[in-house]
Design a protein around this ligand. Sequence first.
Ligand SMILES: [Cu+2]
Length: 473
Amino acid sequence: MPLPLPPTLTGDRIRIPIVAAEQQILPGAKTKLWTFGGSFPGPTVRRRAGHRTRVTFEHQLPKGVGELSIHLHGGHNRSQFDGYPGGLTKDQPRSLYCDISRALTPRQSGNDLLLSPGASKTYVYDLTERAAFQWYHDHRLDRTARHTWHGLAGMWIVDDAFEEALPLPRGNRDLPLMIADRSFDRDNQLTDPFSEQLRPPADGINGAKILVNGAFMPHHPVGPRRYRLRILNVSAFRSYNVRLSHGLSMVQIATESGLMPKPIRRESILLGPAERAEVIVDFAAVAGESVELRSSHRHPGRNTAGARSYEGALMQFRVRSERLPDHTRIPRKLRPLPKWAQGAKVRKPDQRWEITLGGGFSTKWLLNGRTFDPAHVQAFPHLNKTAVWEIVNRTTVAHVMHLHHTDWYLLQRDGKPPPPWEDCLKETFFVYPNEKILLAGHFSDYTGKFVIHCHMLDHEDHGLMGQFQVVHA
Ligand SMILES: [Cu+2]
């Protein structure tokens, strides 16, 4: 199949109905999905930084789907528009994995922020962050994995003047690629792997087929010139170690949090769930050939549980043979770190987050000894201050920790400086078994409650989520 390119929305007032739809994913019967705007991926929203954007999401899925909560992943947004998971409701009277306090008011549980079936909610995004490749998805308590699996994911690009001044490929040479694994039954319908028997640590759901922009093994025509590929992993658990065939190298220019200080040549790039990498690929050396975007295992020793990458082809680029001029280039320097990150120093952390496996009768993932509970806040960072936090993984499975509200600067992995490709801003981090990472983050603009969680969606649903509240100093 040709690579699908979702429609792009650029207005300041956007309406996205959340609807059931059928889509051609595999040859034969179409697949029934839950979608943003009728497609998977949903429409790609593309906006300039600093331009307020109102998105009205209309929940038109059947009542049985229950409440939703839309999170703009990577966005720097107000607490009430950040996709708070919420608590127990009439549609969702119990949590299978999280110990939720009883008798909370709608305000205490965050249920007042949810999007109920038949209702709509307008999310206001100021986009005060730097240019970055983000995405939006459902973030509801217990059900994030299920809702995303069924198709509730879309891409979002923030542009700004700094990036536009650089001679990077743009237009149809700037390609967002959403990688997702899904399993299908004989009638091409999505399986429902979210059984109640799934217990941590045996709760990582892998799909059998890998989709790019909602198509299985698609192909895309390119010219023998430089392209910017924005690669995003929205799989619930699976990671990809992306590379190109024909020995073609990639130059990484950006992470989840936008441009890095300088470009880095990479042979392969590991992407856990929700991680992004933007790379420049020059197809000039392979004019007339078909190049595969692939994923491979990594060298022995790094294929720990939770970080075992997929092995196989993802999609194909068909490179035309006619010569074309290319006026793009990769600047030697990209974007300096913000001042707060430049000044961030290794020091005793203000806050530790410890991941363990626990529970009594049934196992659960725990963050600082507990599952997610809207009534319990675990940290109170100060507004307009730079915090240093440590995340420790005391389990035998790698996790991919995502922090809301702001971008983070990785100071150390296990007491050592990070590799060059992590010496930049990010917001989603692998934490390997028995590893600890030290991060600096700066809380600007917004007070309120925000979550920190594993972005392996099964883990997030199964307890591995906590929250912090940004407060005035
Ligand atoms: Cu995890």
